[in-house]
Design a protein around this ligand. Structure first.
Ligand SMILES: Nc1ncnc2c1ncn2[C@@H]1O[C@H](COP(=O)(O)OP(=O)(O)OP(=O)(O)O)[C@@H](O)[C@H]1O
Ligand SMILES: [Mg+2]
Length: 357
């Protein structure tokens, strides 16, 4: 494998000509750096510009403005085959008339490597993705998961410095998807290839990534580790998009260096924040469902609106001070459970609270 390289995009924009002469800003002044060997996910709703960024890094799309750097090299004017990247697509895009071996060998043949070198490289990769026995099959004789593995092998065999994935697992069933997440991550780790992975599946992003880039409408909302993104979302959009969040309108009462006091749900909370706020400011309090517990005797008064046993956990909707809140009890077998209509009290863990503007 060639040494892994960083990928940077600087003030990258892409404006498409939409229908009827209308311009579509798919990517709006995005700057990012992905470190050598890092696995980074572009996560966001449909149409936010994920594929467009990936295609500009790969060279399939020309930026309207800005630069793409691979390592220290500005690659804007290089064709895809000269960028040292390889892309894995959702559609697999295998050659139907070539068998597994030939599909994987294709790029090496174009590079005019010697047949015995090609044979050795393809064999090694076949072992890695567990496809030894299938090398003479054609793609239409393979399951979706096997086809996706061929697509991965075909990218890996080129020994790229950068791997680009565009929703590679969306056509697979749920179980296989989880299996393939681990496989991809394992192989990526083994080779230390810098990887950019596009998905709109937050579980996929959380489970695979060193860092997640959350995008919305062509801009980057937040960059961080899965933990940072979940615990300290930078905006209401991120809080809402990653996991489940109770978003409670509240007002700043007092600001001091340690904690900021906000009022909500008929009481006040002391929350750590890096936002610069003034008393009187309106903010949103972000409370994850697992940060709330129910009590019979003390806390914020509330009424159970719904209570559903889910096996491993109990799902509640509770109403308090005109707010509907979601709550999860992760261990219902060991807690008293409550039924719809019951009056209860909420206890909210102060260190799990977070504020966004
Ligand atoms: N060739 C094109 N011509 C015109 N508009 C385009 C073109 N390609 C993409 N767009 C528009 O650019 C925006 C971003 O598209 P993009 O494919 O990057 O989104 P995405 O985040 O990958 O979405 P998805 O999750 O649905 O794949 C969308 O509004 C899309 O309609
Ligand atoms: Mg896309």
């Amino acid at each position: 494998m060639s040494a892994s390289k960083s990928v940077s995009v600087k003030n990258l924009s892409k404006i498409f000509d939409g229908s009827g002469g209308k311009k579509v800003t798919a990517v709006n002044n995005v700057s990012l750096t992905i470190n050598p060997g890092e696995f980074v996910t572009l996560l966001g709703p449909s149409g936010c510009g994920k594929t467009t960024i990936l295609r500009m890094v790969a060279g399939f799309e020309t930026p309207t403005a800005g630069d793409v750097l691979i390592g220290d090299e500005r690659v804007n004017t290089l064709t895809p085959d000269r960028r040292d990247t390889a892309m894995v697509f959702q559609s697999y895009a295998l050659f139907p008339h070539l068998n597994v071996f030939e599909n994987i060998a294709y790029g090496l043949k174009i590079k005019k490597l010697k047949p015995d070198v090609i044979r050795a490289k393809v064999k090694e990769i076949l072992g890695l993705v567990d496809l030894h026995d299938l090398e003479t099959r054609s793609p239409n004789q393979l399951s979706g998961g096997q086809q996706q593995r061929v697509a991965l092998a075909r990218a890996l065999v080129m020994e790229p410095s950068v791997l680009l994935f565009d929703e590679p697992l969306s056509n697979l069933d749920a179980k296989l998807r989880i299996h393939m997440r681990r496989e991809i991550r394992k192989i990526q780790h083994q080779f230390g290839i810098t990887s950019i992975y596009v998905t709109h599946d937050q579980a996929e992003a959380m489970s695979m990534s060193d860092r997640i880039i959350v995008m919305n409408k062509g801009v980057v909302e937040q960059v961080g580790t899965p933990r940072e993104i979940y615990a300290t979302p930078a905006s209401q959009f991120v809080a809402d998009f990653i996991g489940t969040a109770n978003i409670i309108p509240s007002q700043v009462v007092a600001v001091n260096s340690e904690r900021t006091e906000v009022s909500a749900l008929g009481t006040s909370f002391h929350v750590k924040t890096s936002l610069s706020l003034q008393p009187g400011d309106t903010v949103k309090l972000i409370v994850r469902p697992e940060a709330i517990t129910l009590s019979c005797d003390a806390g914020i008064p509330a009424t159970i609106s719904s209570s559903v046993f889910m096996g491993a956990y109990q799902d509640y909707v509770i109403s308090s001070h005109g707010q509907n809140l979601l709550l999860v009890d992760a261990d219902p077998a060991n807690h008293q459970t409550f039924e719809a209509g019951e009056q209860v009290f909420l206890v909210i863990a102060p260190n799990k609270l977070h504020i966004v503007k």
